[in-house]
Design a protein around this ligand. Structure first.
Ligand code: ATP
Ligand code: MG
Length: 267
């Protein structure tokens, strides 16, 4: 309740002139939409992040000071024109690349203080990444590709295989378990990459255009899967997308323009 509402209303006859009450009451504050107050702890924070690439002797300044906080359990998307820096930001948030300036803090840990080995272990345990270009291992089957993060973590094949099988079923690929990437369509490869990112139920899922190659029906099923995982497991999900239909379902949309956050809208 606002301070103005909390004031006791003096009893007066209904025909009393309003001006006399106005003179006695504190000035009214005009109604304003409530600002969003995030109560969940921050899981990922980019603080003054810049990223430059050296290209043909010149520095290409791609991220130009990004400040972004993502709460544990949030689901949001990053949108923006091609070349705006979305994939670069996702890589930096996902510890796959390091900022040229500024820092990224995940779960309270400043990543710049970790060694390469620590980072790799941390990433394997905490983050699922779906790349814009899938990066599947060509000599392994769909099932083996999805089992890989578990095997790297030291799980036995018998432990990880049923989980890999189940998640491949959820992305609609139970009939393609033994196909190698070269024997899968682009959209099927993308779904294998998504299953691989999800198999260890990461706290944080970073997905770069995960439904970019899919027809609208399959895209919708994958979008539903994101919301289902977010609701059921509390997975924090950040999706880079060009899909207006996905963006409009999102509670938060971060728009990037020329290496900066242009808008950050919550609804
Ligand atoms: N390793 C690199 N070396 C030099 N320039 C790079 C490198 N990686 C990205 N860039 C440049 O940085 C800019 C941003 O790239 P980024 O991949 O982040 O864009 P994006 O917003 O994801 O675009 P898209 O929607 O097309 O995927 C681009 O102009 C790109 O050419
Ligand atoms: Mg990109």
């Amino acid at each position: 309740m606002s301070e103005a509402e909390a004031q006791p209303t003096p009893a007066r006859p209904s025909d009393a002139p309003a001006a006399s009450e106005d003179a006695a009451s504190p000035p009214r504050t005009p109604a304003r939409p409530a600002a969003h107050v995030e109560t969940r702890p921050v899981l990922v924070a980019a603080e003054g992040v810049h990223k430059s690439f050296r290209h043909e002797g010149n520095d290409l300044h791609v991220l130009k000071g990004i400040d972004l906080q993502i709460a544990a359990g949030e689901i949001l998307c990053i949108v923006g024109a091609s070349g705006a820096g979305k994939s670069t930001l996702l890589h930096v948030l996902g510890t796959l690349d390091i900022p040229s300036r500024g820092r990224v803090v995940v779960g309270g840990t400043d990543l710049s203080r970790m060694s390469g080995r620590q980072l790799a272990a941390f990433r394997n345990k905490t983050i699922g990444f779906v790349f814009q270009f899938h990066h599947l291992l060509p000599e392994f089957t769909a099932l083996e590709n999805v089992m890989m993060p578990g095997l790297i973590q030291g799980l036995a094949r018998g432990q990880i295989a049923p989980r890999a099988h189940k998640i491949l079923e959820q992305v609609g690929l139970s009939h393609r378990l033994t196909h190698r990437p070269g024997e899968l369509s682009g959209g099927e490869q993308q779904r294998v990459a998504l299953a691989r990112a999800l198999v260890l139920e990461p706290k944080l899922l970073l997905a770069d255009e995960p439904t970019g190659n899919l027809d609208s029906g399959t895209s919708k099923a994958i979008h539903d899967l994101f919301f289902e995982l977010n609701g059921r497991l509390g997975t924090t999900i950040v999706i880079v997308t060009h899909s207006p239909s996905l963006a409009e379902k999102m509670p938060r949309v971060v728009s990037m323009k020329d290496g900066r956050v242009d808008e950050d809208i919550r609804r």
